[in-house]
Design a protein around this ligand. Sequence first.
Ligand code: CAA
Length: 392
Amino acid sequence: MMKVGIDAIGFYTSNYYLDMDILAKARGVDANKFRTGLGQEQMAVVPPDEDVVTMAADAGFEVLKHVDVNEIDLLLFATESAIDQSKAAGIFVHRLLNLPSRCRVVELKQACYSATAGLQMAIPLLRENPKRKILLIASDEARYGLNTTGESSQGGGAIAMVLSQNPRILSIEPESGFYTEDVMDFWRPNYREEALVDGKYSCEMYLKLVQKTWEQYTQISGRTFFDHARFCYHVPVPKLVEKAHLCLARFNGISAISRDEMQAQLGASLEYGRLVGNCYTAALYLGLLSLLENDPEDLTHRRIGFYSYGSGCIAEFFSGVVQENYKSMLDMVRHRDMLKSRIPLSLAEYEGFYNFRYPVDGGSLVISNYQTGRYRLAEVSDHKRFYENAKL
Ligand code: CAA
């Protein structure tokens, strides 16, 4: 069967972050709770002149240097931080990236799961047409509100992926297990900027569906735990991923996993997430990027197991095989530099960014310049967002 999957991958996150120790101190919490209890060191904070559109365009710009832009005939934009109830955020990205006019653009929503929906929906389309290339972008800003329990699991960023036949990074295998159940563990009504969450319940559902989807996936594929060299999970906070992995191991009759075994099986998949925080739809794929760029071993021809979870809820377990020469398609130096050169925020600056509001009455606001990527939100006026290329 023809291989299909991820041919190129790009990443963008805000140039600003909050150190978790600053948040812990401000909220009167022991710093070890965030660092050890949640496994989080820093979280990205998005400035007023960036949003899911600009972050997506920045990630997309990086990835398009590997392909002929005219071959892209579908842009799938996965987000749960929608900026409009009607117009797909991807249409703005389509213009910013000069995608061809013969290109379909839609927005996909199902909490943190929708990038996986996009990936699985793209596969039959790619099998149908060997020339087709699909751009899948996941872009999100996790916002729970100041002084809420979810505040420590915020973050933001975007992952862009070119999907194609004969992919140069990862071929996706056809077998997968998926499971849907109508629950209220995390949601954001149309009138709210911040998500509402039943935190403990959401973790329970995340863990319950690891088993459900794995059971189905292994029944269909006949694979076992040890057929997977690494595991990548959706990352709300790194500690929950470790818990999920332990659950999966126990479910497979492995009663204990040493620290070294855990480290080996999760590889470097949590490295970037510890610094960026939750980026919802992008989090699983940021984990993949982190793994591929930072794992000490050559992962060529190795199988990775993926667990995608979207509150509400749906989850999917699937797998992929790393392709030869995948390293030549990565840009570890650029990504590490991006993370290293970010600007630390004081608590007051973080709260200032957080409390920033765009006009909702049709009034005009020219947005001040912060440290951004290539694209920025320049103005909101007459209920419209105006984006610009900051490098022109
Ligand atoms: N030193 C070390 N560890 C400490 C500590 C200290 N001083 N103090 C507390 N801890 C530990 C606790 O023991 C606990 O560990 P265990 O779970 O192993 O017992 C851990 O720190 C966290 O403590 P709490 O359970 O008290 O944490 P919390 O009340 O702050 O809630 C959370 C954590 C539920 C993840 C919360 O941040 C939250 O609601 N986040 C948003 C929702 C979320 O991320 N849900 C995840 C599943 S849903 C999903 O996957 C979709 C999505 O992306 C949102």
